[in-house]
Design a protein around this ligand. Sequence first.
Ligand code: TTP
Ligand code: MG
Length: 378
Amino acid sequence: MIESHSSQRVIIHADMDAFFAQVEQLDHPHLRGQPIAIGGLGARAVVATASYEARPFGIRSAMPMAVARRQCPDLIVVQPRFERYKAVSNIIMDVFRWFASPIEPMSLDEAFMDVSENVRDLGGPGSLGQAIKDAVHEATGGLTVSVGIASTKLVAKLASDVNKPNGLTIVHPQDVHTFLAPMAVGKLWGVGPKTASRIEAAGFHTIGKQANARLEDLAFLGRHAHTLHALANGIDHRSVQPRGRAKSVGWERTLSHNVTHINDIKPILKQGAVELARRLHQRKVMAVGLRLKAKTSGFQVMSRQRVVNTPIMHAPDIYRVVETLYNELPKGRSYRLLGVSAFSLESRSQGIQLILPIAQDDPPPTRSSQGEENSWIL
Ligand code: TTP
Ligand code: MG
């Protein structure tokens, strides 16, 4: 069993419930209790989010609005008002700062807080979590937030999600393994749909199964095997990082064999564009600048970059720029590494369109693996 060194930290993750939809329902009382979806009206509009009344119909973020309307004929479609959401976001972030300073905002509606130092003075995790919820409710005039409290960022984030909406979930260090065990491996930080399928294909269908695997059995995950094994065991040493927005987001791949021909290079650049789009989407930002990095078989690193007029976030748009950048590289080289990254990131405040829907795996109903770790001493 891997030892945890982080069990004494107390980390809170707070995430607003159906954020855009809740704000609309707050501001427009006739929308309260109704199935609503936030999004555009155009033929290619997608759902930014849906109220909890709409979710039983299967309405989810990233779904085409046309599909959502078919699934829920009474759906009320509301146009987004990003300025208002940004203003509410400022209010909730200020509330979080009353309780913990600094905080780590992750997007408009969620943030991590490390309250290890002051949790005792504030009455313990339960009272503190409730106090945050009450304060958000009061400061915003009635919005609910879900709060997860744990000794790691990973578990705090998952905890804020399990009892939505209006949840308050505390996972004590000694309960981490039981909490994680039944969840789908895709819930682990950094495990996208592709990696999740590979882990599942290897027979590890739950985080618990992966936690109990021998490290050798996860060797197919390469240099990520150790980290993913540790995460599955609830070990996550990342600290809450006070920060503004990320300065850049990138993806790169060291290739198993060098590539020279455009037909071999194109698919890699396409994959890079898709991965980058996914990361931009996760961070809810758009790229103004794009950079292509290429390392030759002789270890010479070359890069080309471009600033675009309109911020982009979709994989095809990213790929178009990346392809142009590739064409600017000297011809006939053989590459051992290719990477694409975005810089000058802008928050996604206008005309939200989604790149890739985030896969939502239902946690399989099995449970395994109990772990012994220190409890919080409060
Ligand atoms: P989320 O916190 O992911 O979703 P949510 O707050 O609507 O619902 P939940 O109760 O499950 O937390 O995202 C926050 C806001 O970001 C959301 O209200 C709308 C916007 N958003 C998009 O525009 N597109 C997306 O694909 C997602 C996931 C969110
Ligand atoms: Mg939310």
